[in-house]
Design a protein around this ligand. Structure first.
Ligand code: AMP
Length: 560
């Protein structure tokens, strides 16, 4: 340890803890009358938001919630969810944002594993909740969330309906200060194998993450996504990494916020238009869905700035969005990282290049945001050079990474091997600090002694005009180890087969972008590509489907 100078604080000097409540205070100071909007059903001011959060804190305290308890929420994106994201941590409890798209068995597992004591349940999930209630081991009480007229339901342990409870509660609550290292939020990763794993974030981490996101989106000129006049609407669910933490940023800045409930593409387009939404975030497949929405066909989305992350952004989608007026900014992160770690940034050197080169960098994972350290390591944990060539596992350090998986010692040690958080992503780093995600380690296709990135192939295939959506996975092959297999959704009125795709990819082989093993010898033409609970390509499901199709010689298949 360095012998640095530490001066003891003066008698009475206040040790200011970084707490989520400070974010709320700031937003209301800036804009008391700005609105929080819920679908086309409700709108209220920041003053009311504050009051409702205090009422909710009183309701929860009355119901017996104590500091350290875990309170779960099962809801779509709503103003009530926003209130929970503040009120629950502000009384010292932990908000568990349940991924309502997991299977009932997985939801049950996560609720028991997280020790949930209280649950707020949207009326749409009452049936699901009832089905698992008998096996919940820690839950004592429930609160009903509903947009409908019915104010009661057969929920075990029901305290009451949210709005009625809030109306009867005091609008004042003296939120105490406490240790900034107290856990504020928890949720479960949608992992590909084994049980879901619980990650958790403290007040300090969430406050620092909020400041990091606000800095990057508000002050870096090549990014400049967010100012106080922007109107925010999430299109990444609040149960998925707290909607990437952006509700905390929006509230700190006092932005107008629009919560769309369950995602319905037509309603999203309507809300965008009616509420003049200018800032959102989503994964690529959701953006694709939005662009395909009926109501979106004649819209010019000029002025809509969208952070896109969670999966690789391919050039075709970037161009399609741009043609519709949408400014996309790629970002990188994961459940374990709160999530923001990197954001596309073009420095002066890159901006001086051609538009084509600029796009190459606009779609990469980007540069680590302030306070984040990134490196790449080989299989033995040795650091590799940041030369844009060497590929290794991306490892991270930052003030807002989960400190482990809840009650999973071995997996936590693996995550933090060598004192760096291991992402499970293969990447290159270049001298400008740009991270280029090459693939998930487990999705890289090992064929003919070469490594082929499924993301590269998806990008190149998506450039064919007949292709609307594509997913590439490696399929076991007795001769080559693995072979790439492409799953395609074709645009209306267009057609493609394995031979046409080969002709499309050949020039990229000749240019050295990919090797010859990367050309799929078999593809499948489908109407829909399976997605995970958060809208990413579900490569586990896709591999199972392909094996079945191959066994039954399905009509979906097209072979060279
Ligand atoms: P999740 O924990 O479900 O949010 O998934 C995180 C994973 O999504 C990362 O480990 C990456 O594999 C992938 N991912 C996120 N952002 C990007 C990006 N910009 N480019 C490529 N992959 C990404």
């Amino acid at each position: 340890m360095l012998q640095t100078r530490i001066i003891a604080p003066a008698e009475g000097a206040y040790q200011f803890p970084l707490l989520i409540k400070r974010l709320l205070m700031s937003g209301s100071r800036y804009e008391k009358t700005r609105e929080i909007v819920y679908r086309d059903q409700l709108r209220y001011s920041y003053l009311t938001l504050n009051e409702r959060i205090a009422r909710l804190a009183n309701v929860l305290t009355e119901a017996g919630v104590k500091a350290g308890d875990t309170v779960a929420v099962m809801d779509w994106d709503s103003h009530r969810y926003l209130e929970c994201m503040f009120a629950i941590p502000m009384i010292g409890a932990v908000v568990h944002t349940i991924n309502v798209r997991l299977s009932p068995e997985q939801i049950l597992y996560t609720m028991n594993h997280a020790d949930d004591r209280f649950v707020l349940v949207n009326s749409e999930f009452v049936g699901l909740y009832q089905a698992i209630a008998g096996q919940l081991t820690t839950v004592e009480k429930t609160i009903l969330l509903t947009d409908g007229p019915e104010k009661t339901t057969e929920l075990p342990g029901l305290v009451g309906e949210y709005e009625q409870l809030l109306a009867a509660a005091s609008p004042h609550y003296d939120f105490p200060d406490f240790d900034e290292n107290s856990v504020a939020t928890t949720f479960y990763t949608t992992g590909t194998t084994g049980n879901p794993k619980g990650v958790y974030f403290t007040h300090r981490q969430l406050v620092l993450h909020t400041m990091g996101v606000a800095t990057v989106t508000g002050s870096i000129d090549s990014i400049r996504l967010l100012g106080t006049d922007d109107v925010y609407m999430p299109i990444t669910p609040m149960f998925h990494v707290h909607a990437w933490g952006i509700p905390y940023v929006a509230t700190m800045l006092g932005l107008k916020q629009v919560y769309p409930g369950r995602y319905d593409p037509e309603l999203l387009v309507k809300l965008w238009r009616d509420e003049k939404v200018s800032f959102s975030h989503c994964v690529p497949t959701i953006l694709q869905m939005l662009l395909n929405a009926k109501g979106a066909q004649n819209e010019d989305f000029g002025g809509w700035k969208i952070i896109i992350g969670g999966s690789a952004l391919n050039r075709a989608l970037y161009e399609a969005a741009k043609a519709r007026g949408i400014q996309l900014t790629a970002a990188y992160g994961m459940s374990e990282t709160c999530p923001l770690v990197a954001c596309a940034h073009l420095n002066e050197e890159l901006l001086a290049g051609s538009e084509d080169e600029c796009v190459t960098y606009r779609i990469k994972a980007g540069v680590p945001v302030p306070l984040v350290e990134a490196a790449i390591v080989d299989g033995d944990g040795r650091f590799l050079p940041a030369d844009g060539e060497a590929q290794g596992e991306l490892v991270l350090r930052a003030p807002w990474l989960t400190m482990g998986y809840y009650r999973e010692e071995a997996k936590s040690e693996e995550l933090w091997a060598g004192g760096w958080l291991h992402t499970g992503d293969v990447a290159t780093l270049d001298s400008m600090g740009v991270i280029d995600i090459r693939d998930r380690i487990k999705d890289v296709i090992k064929t003919g002694g070469e490594w082929v990135s499924s993301l590269d192939l998806e990008d190149l295939i998506s450039r064919h005009p007949a292709v609307r959506e594509v997913a590439v996975v490696g399929i076991a092959d007795p001769q080559w180890g693995e072979r790439p297999f492409a799953l395609l959704v074709v645009r209306d009125g267009a057609s493609i087969d394995a031979r046409v795709l080969k002709e499309h990819l050949k020039p990229f082989v000749e240019l050295g972008h990919i090797n010859k093993w990367a050309i799929p010898s078999q593809i499948a033409l489908v109407t829909e590509i399976p997605k995970t609970s958060v809208g990413k390509l579900d490569k586990k499901r896709i591999r199972i489907d392909i094996v079945e199709w191959q066994a039954s010689n399905s009509a979906f298949l097209s072979t060279l």
